[in-house]
Ligand binder design. Structure first.
Ligand SMILES: Nc1nc2c(ncn2[C@@H]2O[C@H](COP(=O)(O)O)[C@@H](O)[C@H]2O)c(=O)[nH]1
Ligand SMILES: [Mg+2]
Length: 513
């Protein structure tokens, strides 16, 4: 028995049985009319496949430590413990200095750590505000994906070990060398089976199931849109992970009348080598023989016409490598802005896809669940911060007015009198201002610590947007905690932005009678 394809009613039903709050939000930075999309595609790792962070990251962390010991690192590092909660996406590693940074949207460093020690503001400002480095690779590395949380944790622990005078400390290795070694060790774990063998053996231990995924993909196809998958993972791993996610009887392939998970997609590209896939139109494409994963060369001539592409697809829909140009032809795209790609990697899936190709993008941000929950729980603290800001601004205005009386910009009228106690008043206001600043700083810090004890709110630094938030705003047309949230919306949904507002718009509003 095959359930009816999900429809608008399906989403409404899901919402109405558990209350309106059951429709999980998709946030919009740039208007997207889903009905205009000809193709909707997905990344796999950390997008369709949401990993159980602790056990999954432990595989890379333990594996990398073993490899580092093999590279000559002291055996005592086997005693390091991975702390999954210690770091967050959006941070930047300063490889040469052994530091990790959180920046605001103007690229000012607002929190900095050397190894695992938080720097005081003077040290931080001395290093980063005076010289204003570019923060670009290769000297700096962005934590663009959850995969890299292992790198940053291990790097900071090793920086501390190098700085310590413990026997076997890493005195001879530079911070930059330690970073390269960590990167190499983690990289190897992704290639040699240290991570993937375990996940393929017991996927349920490492991946969260998602009962909405099959319905979502089916709905895309029912709306006449082409569902596709583009992942950097190789075929064997992709097949194992997707079989776990979509191969099941209840809400997977069998329930929707497919022989296996591939039935949900019209085009599947594995080993895609993003971001190069999105940039280099010379990358060759291969056909993957599903039975044994072997590869067959495909000539560019086979992509020359719609008829030849149809022939390519009749012979099979699983490919390896290639580039955006092949993909556009395989999904029959008429215009770049009619493709929506959903991924988790800030640079490879979203920034490059939007900036280089003009695709519509949706970023998966699982961190949103905690971000919105903590925000809601501590709305009183936000009000207290606003009160402290109002108090500060009012004191600043009072002081400025007083300064103008004491030291007028234009010559004072001959009979204008400076109050006798102006200087004393100025001192009192100055003191009150300093106290108000301290209160505001304390409240902002206490609020941020509710989100993360070291790095604060992911989307903010102080009360400004963080660099991460800025990137989300600039490059993700849509963003949501999970890819399958799309399944709760009609394929004809128009996502709208809120009206852009500049400071002078707000000023106009607040100064209206
Ligand atoms: N060789 C390396 N592979 C890595 C690393 N970090 C992640 N990965 C692998 O990339 C894909 C991501 O797939 P996608 O679906 O998100 O496109 C996955 O297979 C990871 O294991 C790395 O540092 N080195
Ligand atoms: Mg991914």
């Amino acid at each position: 028995h095959r359930p009816p394809p999900p429809s608008r009613a399906h989403a409404t039903h899901a919402a109405s049985t558990t209350g309106a709050a059951a429709v999980p939000p998709i946030f919009c930075n740039r208007a997207v009319n889903l009905g205009r999309m000809e193709a909707i595609g997905f990344d796999m790792d950390h997008t369709l496949a949401q990993y159980k962070a602790e056990p999954f990251d432990q595989l890379a962390y333990r594996g990398a430590i073993n490899k580092l010991i093999g590279l000559g690192y002291p055996p005592q590092i086997a005693g390091f413990e991975y702390d999954i909660t210690r770091y967050q996406r959006g941070l930047v590693i300063d490889r040469a200095r052994g530091n990790v940074l959180k920046m605001d949207r103007h690229k000012y460093v607002k929190v900095a750590q050397h190894g695992m020690r938080e720097m005081d503001p003077e040290e931080r400002k001395e290093l980063y505000d005076r010289s204003r480095p570019s923060f670009d690779p290769p000297d700096f590395t962005n934590i663009d994906t959850a995969f890299m949380l292992v790198d940053v944790c291990l790097y900071c622990q090793l920086v501390d070990l190098k700085d310590s005078d413990a026997p076997g400390a890493l005195g001879a290795r530079s911070y930059a060398q330690i970073y390269s070694d960590v990167r190499r060790a983690v990289d190897l774990c992704h290639c040699d089976g240290v991570i993937k063998d375990d996940v393929m053996r017991t996927p349920a231990d490492f991946i969260d199931p998602d009962s909405m995924m099959g319905a979502m993909l089916t709905r895309i196809r029912s709306a006449g849109q082409t569902p596709f998958l583009v992942t950097n993972s190789a075929w064997e791993y992709t097949d194992a992970v997707m079989t776990y996610l979509l191969g099941g009887e209840r809400d997977g392939a069998a329930a929707f009348g497919h022989a296996d998970w591939t039935g949900f997609f019209d085009v599947i590209i594995v080993g895609a080598r993003k971001p190069a896939f999105l940039l280099d139109s010379n990358l060759p494409i291969f056909r993957v023989r599903q039975s044994d994963g072997s590869l067959l060369n495909l000539e560019n001539a086979e992509f020359a016409s719609a008829a030849s592409v149809a022939a390519v697809l009749r012979a099979g829909k699983v490919f390896q490598g290639g580039n955006w140009n092949h993909l556009h032809k395989l999904v029959g795209l008429s215009s770049v802005d009619r493709l929506l790609y959903v991924g988790d990697h800030m640079y490879s899936d979203v920034l490059r896809a939007k900036r280089s190709l003009g695709w519509r993008t949706m970023l998966v941000v699982p961190e949103l669940d905690k971000e919105t929950r903590v925000r809601k729980e501590h709305s009183r603290m936000r009000e207290a911060i606003q009160d402290a800001r109002d108090e500060l601004l009012s004191l600043e205005r009072e002081l400025a007015d007083l300064e103008l009386i004491v030291e007028p910009l234009v010559s004072p009228a001959p009979d204008a009198a400076v109050p006798a106690d102006a200087a004393a008043q100025r001192d009192v206001l100055g003191g009150a201002l300093a106290a108000a600043k301290a209160t505001l700083a304390e409240r902002v810090l206490a609020y941020h610590r509710k989100f993360h004890p070291h790095w604060g709110q992911l989307f903010k630094t102080g009360y400004q947007n963080s660099r991460f938030a800025q990137q989300v705003e600039n490059y993700a047309c849509l963003y949501a905690a999970r890819a399958s949230h799309l399944g709760f919306y009609s394929p004809r949904t128009r996502f709208h932005t809120i009206v852009d507002e500049m400071p002078h718009d707000r000023h106009e509003r607040s100064s209206q009678p």
